[in-house]
Structures are given as C-alpha cells and as structure tokens.
Design a protein around this ligand. Structure first.
Ligand code: IFM
Length: 447
C-alpha cells in the first residue's frame, strides 16, 4: 500500500507505536537470545490465553507491510522497540550482527518512506542471561544497558530521529517486580524500588552513551497518570500523594530535577552521584497516557501504603479501562505547571484502547468506539496545546493488534486488525479515520 495523503507539517510527529516482543515473533531466528518473556510465557498459567510472542504479528518477516501501513497513514514517525536479546543475545559482550541488521533494514525502510525512526531501547524484553544475574535488581544491569545503548547508537545513530531509552519504567517496576504479573514474575512489593532505581540509573548511563555515539534526540518514555484521591479525607489524600510519588514523580523528579520525591528519598539503594547521572538533559519527554488512577488509604491487611479503587462514571474500553480524555489534558498541563522550565517538549508516545472488534462478513472491521476514543484524546492534546503546552507529537498505540503481555492476544489495541493464524493485516475503520485526521494536522478548526 502506498499513501496518497498530504504529509503533515514537520513540526508535529503523527504516527503509531509498537514494541519488539509484542509484534516481531521470530524469537529463535538469526541468533536472538532468550528473553525473560520467552521464559515467562513458557510457564503455565502466566498468560490469560496460554499464548506467547513466538510468532505474534510476525513483523520480523512482514516489516515491509507494516512500514507500508504507516506510509499509507501519512505518518511521519514510527515508535518501535529494539529487542536487546537480538543485538546482544546474552545481554553483554558479543554483538549479533544478524540481529542488528534487522533494525538496520527497518530504519532504512522507514527513511525510504519519509518516516522518522523513534526506536525505544528497552521495552521489557530483558535478555534472560541478565535476569539470571539479578535483572534490574542488580546495579550491573544499568551498566550493561549503557553498553548495549552504545552498540545500537554506533550502528543506527546516523539515521535515528529520536531514541527512547526505557519504556514505562514504573510499569516494569510494578508489574514485573512488585506484583509479578509480568516477566520475570517477582513479587517484592515495595522492595521492587531497586528495580525502578536501577532502570533510572540505566536511563542516565544509556543517555550518556547515546550522546557519545549519535547526535539524535533522546527521550525517556513514561506511563503517567493523573492521581485522584477517592475522597477529601486526609488519609485518602495522603495515600494518593504516595501513589503519585511511586507512579509519576519517581520517574519525573529524578530525571528532570535530579531529586527523589520526599516520600521516596531515603532508599539505601541510591548511591552518591546516582541522581546526577540520572538527570541527563533530555530533548523530549515521552508520555504514555491511558487513564487516571483513583486511590484511597489502604485497608488494615494491605501491606502497601495505598489502595487503587476503580474510577466509576466513565465509559470503559474492552479492557475495562475508564475512558477519560480530559485526563490527558490535565496531565499535560499539569506537567508544564509542575516542572516549568525543567520540562522538555512532550510527545504523546502511546495512547489507544482495546476493543473486541470483529470483522464483518465482508472482511471490513468497523471500530467506532476506537474512533471516538482517538478523536477525544487527540482533541485533549489540542486543548493542552491551546493552553500553551509544548506537545510535539501523538503516536497511537498501536499500529497493529499484538501480544498484550499477560493478556496474550485477548486485547486488540490495533488500528490494523491482525489475523494471528495467518498474519494477515486488515486496516480497521479507525485506520482510515486516523489517516484523514493526520492529513488535517492542526487545522484552525481544531480542537
Ligand atoms: O501494550 C502496552 C505497551 O506495551 C506499553 N504501554 C501500554 C500498552 C497497553 O497495555
């Protein structure tokens, strides 16, 4: 497919996002080493539908089709991730030229289509060998991450538009190390903090390595959420503040201000000099937004200092997540108000929704709920821009239906349907809607 659409103005990035383990498949090909997700998905009971990312969307082989889909959208940016175990099968040392060559082809294919590459270096698929040595609980993983960043920076840095170091370090700390629902399945509750701190350290060291290797822009990609106290009771308000410290400020204050939020300031794992390393100047901040979070004081049996309660009174996605577009405006404006001059320009690096859309008998896929969701959220970005927030891009999650981690293939986030039995891609109605939306850029009648 080739697009016949007007390219958007180059000062705003319009596009879509994916991640390696969720789309690539080919887990045993061309020298890729095992990742923690290969190990985790092989354990019975870990994934809702018992599936794995072994094939996923088969993007490792069908990448040209995926790039043509982006081209057909009129996208000018693609956020994908690089699988560390393809580049360094055992997480350090020897580089696997065949694995690196895949990303070389992908980057060149994007540039041939006029699409800017936005690669993320770590989207959760840690080499298993590093997990065997402690994973992100080990400080050494941060050093290994910088080594890997240098390798990839040397290989691709002449053509990349913007590097993302980590994807959603909070989510990785929480689901992978605190609650164990994601690989590697550790249940450490608050002791997961070390995995968060070492990711932050890895981000700082990797940023230094990328700067040394390439002049491309660098960003960190966070999952951020406006936090709402369940009531005005002081205990609920205090619990909401603590949750905000873990989810948002731990990954913002450190990176942007060089400090830990006061709620988290005494951790032993933080060594002298770490915060200076973490607070590297950034060119952009990636914001992944899905919904606000409501929090109340913990009950007597809860070992945590907060308790999450469902946010009622909003429509819900197929994944049962509340649809709150105004939360995105609130978040973006709040970042500007909280961090002022310390805040780099923002890019919405993920936003989207899962619905159980099915093809009609004629094969078309009508997904009006997703169109409504995207329309409302893009308008919410427009409202933040109107309020003076410097937002430079919007990338839909996701270009393709894909492997949704512990939910396997049961949650479809794509603007393109993927038949997981055949790999066939079918653009949904939302794909056509988004193509038209992109072609209008920020026309004067918007938001
Ligand atoms: O699929 C994930 C992605 O990997 C990270 N951000 C949230 C998405 C939806 O859950």
């Amino acid at each position: 497919m080739t697009g016949d659409v007007t390219r958007p103005a180059p000062d705003f990035w319009w596009g879509a996002a994916t991640a390696a383990y969720q789309v690539e498949g080919a887990v045993d090909e061309d020298g890729r080493g095992p990742s923690i997700w290969d190990t985790f998905t092989a354990e019975p009971g870990r994934i809702t539908d018992g599936s794995t990312g072994a094939v996923a969307c088969d993007s490792y082989h069908r990448w040209r089709e995926d790039l043509d889909l982006l081209n057909g959208l009129g996208a000018n940016a693609y956020r994908f991730s690089i699988a560390w175990p393809r580049v360094q099968p055992f997480g350090s040392g020897a580089v696997n030229a065949a694995g690196l060559a895949y990303y070389d082809r992908l980057v060149d294919g994007l540039l041939e289509r006029g699409i800017a590459p936005f690669p993320t270096l770590f989207h959760w698929d840690l080499p298993q060998a590093l997990q065997d040595a402690g994973g992100w609980l080990s400080r050494d993983t941060a050093e290994r991450f910088a080594e890997y960043a240098g390798v990839v920076g040397d290989a691709l840095g002449d053509r990349v538009a913007c590097w993302g170091t980590l994807n959603e370090p909070f989510v990785h700390m929480a689901l992978s190390y605190a609650f164990g629902t994601h690989a590697p399945g550790e249940v450490l509750l608050l002791d997961a903090f070390a995995a968060g701190h070492h990711q932050l350290l890895g981000h700082g060291l990797a940023t230094q390595a990328l700067r040394a290797a390439s002049s491309a822009a660098v960003m960190l990609v966070n999952n951020l959420t406006p936090v709402r106290a369940a009531s005005a009771e002081p205990d609920d308000v205090a619990a909401a503040r603590v949750y905000d410290a873990f989810h948002n400020r731990m990954f913002l204050d450190t990176v942007l201000l060089g400090t830990y939020p006061e709620e988290l300031a005494d951790a032993e794992v933080v060594r002298e000099g770490d915060l200076a390393t973490i607070a590297q100047p950034l060119d952009l901040l990636g914001v992944n937004y899905y919904n606000p979070t409501q929090v109340k004081a913990p009950g007597p049996d809860n070992p945590l200092p907060f308790e999450i309660v469902p946010l009622e009174g909003y429509p819900r996605t197929g994944f049962d997540w509340p649809v709150v577009p105004q939360g995105l405006t609130e978040l973006l404006v709040g970042l500007r108000d909280s961090y002022a001059d310390a805040l780099p320009p923002l890019v919405v690096t993920e936003n989207g929704c899962a619905y159980p859309d099915e093809p009609a008998p004629d094969g078309t896929v009508d997904d009006p709920d997703r169109i409504a969701y995207l329309d409302a959220h893009i308008r919410a970005v427009g409202a933040a821009r109107e309020a003076g927030v410097d937002v430079r891009g919007y990338l839909v999650w996701s270009l393709l239906d894909n492997f949704e981690w512990a939910e396997g293939y049961t949650q479809r986030f794509g603007i393109t349907r993927v038949d997981f039995a055949t790999g066939e891609r079918t653009p949904k109605a939302s794909y056509g809607w988004y193509r038209n939306r992109i072609s209008r850029d920020w026309a004067p009648d918007l938001p």
